[in-house]
Ligand binder design. Structure first.
Ligand SMILES: [Ca+2]
Ligand SMILES: [Ca+2]
Length: 200
């Protein structure tokens, strides 16, 4: 399994009364406490508003990303404004889910399962959606949010890279020139302890 964390790195919409991504990119992971110094929040001026963030890109190499868990540390400060969360990945929006925030600051998560490429996940959008908030005191706050993504390792012979002068270059479909003829080397093996092992 391959796994990593992605943090908010930009505002895709800026509609909640307090919405800066820099307030929730603390990079604190559940169960640790992100504190309350910086937060985003929605109040009575944010009826049914979708506050959306872009996320940092993947660094690991995947066969496929199969799970995206959205973690949120937050609380309902006043009233009953239960927020939902949805994600856009692979060009389509998943169904919004209730994040289960309560009147105490705590971590909550929702898991989205599927099969996506790293490029799909690099375009990930994460949204938090308010309900109608008719109460003059309605207030919901998020202190920290991140995505915990995981998936399968790449299969043999795919996504192989070689480092040249500190830059990783893909070497899929590599060929070698033998006697002025280019030969594919897609089934390269090396002999280790008298056993032939596939290299790529
Ligand atoms: Ca924060
Ligand atoms: Ca608003």
């Amino acid at each position: 399994m391959v796994q990593e964390y992605l943090d908010p790195n930009g505002n895709s919409t800026s509609v909640w009364v307090s919405n800066a991504y820099t307030s929730i990119d603390d990079a604190v992971r559940e169960p640790n406490d992100p504190g309350t110094a910086t937060s985003i929040y929605a109040n009575k001026s944010d009826d049914s508003e979708e506050q959306t963030y872009t996320m940092s890109n993947t660094v690991e190499t995947y066969g496929a990303v199969t799970q995206i868990v959205i973690w949120v540390n937050g609380m309902i400060v006043a009233g009953t404004p239960e927020i939902t969360c949805r994600i856009s990945v692979g060009g389509s929006w998943e169904t919004a889910q209730n994040m289960g925030l309560t009147t105490s600051q705590a971590w909550h998560s929702y898991t989205f399962n599927g099969s996506w490429s790293a490029a799909n996940v690099d375009a990930l959008l994460v949204s938090f959606i308010t309900p109608n908030m008719p109460g003059s005191l309605d207030l919901v706050t998020i202190y920290c949010a991140y995505a915990d993504i995981s998936g399968t390792a790449p299969g043999a012979g795919t996504n192989m890279k070689i480092n040249i002068a500190d830059t990783w270059k893909a070497v899929d479909n590599i060929k070698i020139n033998i006697a002025d003829s280019w030969k594919a080397v897609s089934s390269v093996k090396q002999n280790i302890g008298d056993v032939w092992k596939t290299v790529f």
